[in-house]
Design a protein around this ligand. Structure first.
Ligand code: FAD
Ligand code: NDP
Length: 598
């Protein structure tokens, strides 16, 4: 695997200064890719490209294996098809399984609208299983004109660039930590961050992924059509590309995987002067003093990395932090961001008007006057950038769903689709367009793969939307799986829940500098009625995403508190704190930071 946090430097060599060989690769046709594969190089980078194109005779060392989707296909597909899985469709459930279909009657067996996390996974798997498949993907530019390539939200304007900017900000802190470990900066100088250089590296990396996704579709014979698609009835799709060229295709089965886009509040100046997460990752100028409006995942993550990169950052909170998450944890995150990471919070406030004082121009942010209402009072403040993170609209209103008879929930605009099948039997939906489902990339991918196997390989396995682990990548990360404390209390009753918790000192990053250590915290929520089965796991600390991913397996397998107690820790790690959580919430014992080594 490619580590998500550290991969940029490899790709910088590869993508930041296009050589002739690189251009050749980027414009490569299938034959050139085949040539790379058959040349014996196990790496794609500038030196391997020089080797393949004959400008160098030196075989490069392996860094980044050439993707070969087919290598995984058999193992992946057969393991799932043979699994006697826990989550199968019930006998009464809609039979959305059928063999590869009606090749003569329709242009395609399966047409996917939306080439993001879910659509790409489903289309490739369907094609591997023998279906004739096409994917339509088209990005409508943001109000300030930002657009991107194939791969959807996660790759272009979501998880990937977000994680890289998070990493960029952590590296800035690490420079400070490094001084405590004896590192000296040349010339004794202060650290200085170059926004443009970071954006360039991240965008280069994303372009490499866009290219890789195209090649992966071609490798499994999925037709990729870069056009905006709409249903014209339950089996026909009409699409238009950027040059106005139109196409109509027919399909036996159709998958809606059109994802979502950020909302803007309906206030004067929002679209003219504000930006969203769709713009921030490719912004051509440093954002300067920034107001992040909203208090959920996107807003807190963006505020976290912007503050870490040195920008004066404020979060405007309408009501609570991280609605839907454990509120004890949400407040801990807020405190950590405020006390240790220089993020300011304006609580109980909403913006009412944005006015331009000075326009953005030539690599420089503008100046904006923001008027807001806080507890009935008007406040006015100047910022360089206003980033709206006030939720997302599912892309369902302009894709002809009504023409095919597909119903949406009028409140959310999202599609209600049990087992990913809409009310129109041959039309399916996955990912962020689904009503009441988590909006997360791995959820869309898993559901997409499983749907394709049900549709084209007779599988009965359905995706289980329960016990989905997730992480909010704030400067001190927050990972969780299972129930929030307040939800567990409501569900099982106060007398039946015990909470084991503790603060801990992170060993991995800053034992000497002590930066943020007072916020690291782990908690297990246990159901006493079920032999202390752990129904919720929460952790606030460095690398919480990694910790949560590991324990998620135990949680899905029904781990009890004593299973955690019996587990041997790996010392010294942060995750080992979960094997020694002794203090119960009911004891009322004060949580102090433990000493190292027991
Ligand atoms: P998308 O990936 O959005 O793909 C939909 C595609 O369809 C897009 O390319 C769109 O342009 C295209 N499209 C729409 N309409 C049409 C049409 N009519 N014709 C043709 N094409 C069309 N999730 C995580 O798991 N971890 C994270 O760390 C994380 N971070 C995130 C950070 C941010 C800032 C954001 C915004 C989201 C983040 N997410 C994260 C959520 C994750 O990105 C989404 O859940 C995921 O991308 C949804 O996949 P999807 O396939 O449903 O839709
Ligand atoms: P959410 O819908 O989760 O949150 C919207 C936030 O904006 C809330 O805090 C809400 O406040 C606030 N808000 C809404 N309207 C207004 C308004 N008019 N003025 C001020 N504030 C307002 O959206 P996000 O965009 O944060 O996230 C969307 C989804 O993307 C998430 O559900 C998540 O699944 C996914 N995601 C996942 C990530 C990850 O895995 N790390 C990271 C980022 C996104 P209130 O509570 O008062 O309603």
């Amino acid at each position: 695997y490619r580590p998500p946090t550290t991969s940029l430097s490899n790709h910088k060599v590869f993508f930041s200064s296009p050589s002739k060989a690189l251009r050749q690769f980027i414009q490569a046709d299938r034959a050139f890719l085949q040539r790379i594969r058959s040349s014996g190089v196990s790496t794609i980078n500038q030196s391997s490209l020089r080797y393949v194109s004959g400008t160098s005779s030196k075989m490069p060392p392996p860094i980044f294996p050439i993707p070969d989707e087919r290598a995984n296909t058999v193992a992946k597909t057969s393991s799932d098809a043979s699994a006697s899985v826990h989550h199968q469709m019930s006998p009464q459930s809609p039979a959305n399984t059928s063999p590869v279909v009606d090749g003569d009657k329709f242009d395609y067996d399966f047409v996917v609208i939306g080439g993001g996390s879910g659509g790409l996974a489903a289309s490739k798997e369907a094609s591997r299983l023998g279906a004739k498949v096409a994917v339509f993907d088209y990005v409508q530019p943001t109000p300030i004109g930002t657009k991107w390539g194939l791969g959807g939200t996660c790759v272009n304007v979501g998880c990937i660039p977000k994680k890289m900017m998070h990493q960029a900000s952590l590296l800035g802190e690490a420079i400070e930590d490094a001084k405590s470990y004896g590192w000296e900066l040349a010339g004794g100088g202060d650290k200085k961050h170059n926004w443009g250089a970071m954006v360039q590296s991240i965008q280069d990396f994303i372009h490499s992924l866009n290219w890789k996704y195209k090649v992966a579709l071609r490798d499994v014979n999925v037709s990729y059509i870069n056009s905006y698609a709409k249903l014209i009835d339950k089996n026909h799709i009409h699409a238009v590309n950027a040059k106005g060229k139109e196409v109509t295709v027919s399909a036996a089965k159709i998958l809606i995987a059109t994802g979502g886009r950020p909302k803007y509040p309906e206030i004067p100046g929002a679209k003219e002067y504000g930006i969203t997460s769709d713009d921030i990752f490719s912004l051509q100028y440093p954002p300067g003093k920034t107001l992040c409006v909203g208090a959920s995942y996107v807003s807190l993550e963006c505020a976290g990395f912007l503050a870490g990169l040195g920008f004066d950052t404020t979060v405007m909170v309408r009501s609570i932090l991280l609605r839907g998450f454990d509120q004890d944890m949400a407040e801990r995150i807020g405190r950590a961001m405020e006390e240790s990471h220089h993020v300011k919070f304006i609580r109980g406030a909403v913006p009412s008007k944005i006015e331009e004082i000075e326009p953005r121009q030539d690599g420089k942010a503008g100046r904006l006057r923001v008027t807001s209402t806080q507890n009935g009072k008007e406040i006015v403040e100047e910022y360089n950038t206003v980033l709206f993170a006030v939720g997302r609209d599912a892309c369902t209103s302009t894709i002809g769903l009504e023409k095919a008879g597909v119903k949406v929930n009028p409140d959310s605009g999202k599609i209600n689709a049990e087992y990913e099948q809409t009310n129109v039997p041959n039309i399916y939906a996955i990912g962020d367009v689904l009503d009441g489902r988590p909006e997360l990339t791995p959820v869309a991918i898993q559901a997409g793969n499983k749907l394709a196997r049900r549709l084209f390989a007779g599988s009965k396995v359905v995706y289980d939307y329960e016990m989905v682990p997730t992480t909010v990548f704030t400067p001190v990360e927050y990972g969780c799986i299972g129930l929030a404390e307040e939800v567990a209390l409501k569900k099982y009753g106060k007398d039946n829940i015990e909470v084991y918790h503790g603060r801990y000192r992170p060993v991995t990053t800053r034992p000497i500098a002590g930066y943020g250590e007072e916020h690291c915290y782990a908690k297990l929520i246990c159901n006493k009625l079920d032999d202390e089965r752990v129904v919720g796991l929460h952790v606030l600390g460095p690398n919480a995403g990694e910790i949560t991913q590991g324990f998620a397996l135990g949680m899905r397998l029904g781990a009890k508190k004593r299973d955690f107690d019996d587990l041997t820790g790996i010392h010294p790690t942060d995750a080992e704190n979960f094997v020694s959580l002794l203090i119960t919430r009911s004891s009322g014992v004060d949580l102090s930071l433990p000493q190292c080594c027991g």
